[in-house]
Ligand binder design. Structure first.
Ligand SMILES: [Zn+2]
Length: 201
């Protein structure tokens, strides 16, 4: 392979390796495959373009949405219990809980945890927004599905403090979630069980 082609492959590989779970070695393999399969690559490009153009972050919960008004299907769904809001770390957690089918409230994605080690302004802003929503929409319960790691506990404590004067009930997932476990690595059934046996804090 000539130098120019190798650079093209490398550029694609570097982009692919930004996706969580894809290492540079796998990324390179994918990039080479894409380079060898131009028909599939062109198809993929058109799907990615559509995805990038139509998908945005939900204005209410930060889930993904393709609705023009920027509100996701879950937030729009009137059959859901909008007085119960489940605070999750990531979209992945939302998807897992949805698939488990044990929850019928609405969600709020934090997008990370509070940490003294790096900038978490975005998370702090989202907690502020959560507080505003809990107050204005007179919510009855906030369920925290957050890792029991040090940063997770810090985040839980912070949210509890912020929501103190709203009068909302706050619960967190307990049993089934091993102490120190990262929510992202807990399987669906465990997560569902944890949600069912949550404790009030
Ligand atoms: Zn939403």
């Amino acid at each position: 392979m000539q130098k120019v082609e190798i650079e093209e492959i490398d550029r694609v590989a570097i982009q692919l390796s930004k996706i969580p779970g894809i290492g540079l070695k796998s990324a390179k393999r994918y990039a080479i495959w894409l380079g060898e399969h131009t028909h599939e690559t062109k198809e993929l490009i058109s799907y990615l373009e559509r995805l990038a153009q139509n998908i945005k972050s939900c204005k209410k919960c930060f889930n993904l949405t393709s609705y023009k008004d920027g509100i996701c299907g879950i937030c729009k769904d009137l059959s859901r219990d909008s007085s119960t809001i489940c605070v999750v770390q990531s979209l992945e957690n939302l998807v897992e809980i949805e698939q488990s089918g044990v929850y019928n409230g609405i969600y709020f994605i934090l997008g990370g945890l509070i940490s003294p080690l790096y900038n978490t302004d975005e998370v702090l802003n989202r907690v502020e927004y959560l507080k505003k929503r809990v107050k204005e929409e007179k919510m009855g319960e906030v369920i925290l599905v957050i890792s029991s790691t040090t940063e997770g506990e810090l985040t839980i404590h912070y949210i509890k403090e912020q929501l103190k004067d709203t009068g909302v009930k706050i619960s967190k997932v307990a049993s089934g979630v091993p102490i120190g476990a990262d929510i992202n690595y807990i399987d669906k059934r465990t997560l569902a069980e944890a949600l069912r046996s949550r404790v009030y804090i």
